[in-house]
Ligand binder design. Sequence first.
Ligand code: FE2
Length: 196
Amino acid sequence: MITRDEAFELLKKYNKDSFHIQHALTVEAVMKWYANELGYADEAEYWGIVGLLHDIDFELYPAEHCLKAPELLREAGVSEDIIHAVCSHGYGITVDCGETIDVEPTREMEKVLFAADELTGLIWAAALMRPSKSTKDMELKSLKKKYKSKGFAAGCSREVIERGANQLGWDLNDLLEKTLHAMADCEDAINDAISA
Ligand SMILES: [Fe+2]
């Protein structure tokens, strides 16, 4: 299996934008948090690697997001189970080239990635509105309010987030609460990883 450091190098080969690197490190940390939370502690590194690599093709091939990824990952020797997980986070989404991603998330890890990915973007955007610029002092009710406000972080699809919660069989509130908790717990580690 690809190591965490190799995965990070691979990410940086195709992503130069610091916003994309930050997003990848955030999703890595959140995926590791969820692995521990959901009883997959022995797979936490693996869940994290999937999080790190999930948007590998987005910076260079946005119109072919999740379609170009298999080629980039296979070329680097990444295993098919990771490739499946990466592609499944676009399930049901029509990308700009006109194709709809048909790789369904089946494992719990894949469903968590699908549900949490888009939501981490919304939570970061909400954090940046706060005086602290942090998730650590964010209340669930303030997140819920931002979530319901259609004009807020309009690029973060509520439809995708809700579909993600459904695929997991979770209440939306449960997903919001857990993911906020994950980000608050991991915020220092994410910032350390960004400045490393
Ligand atoms: Fe993402």
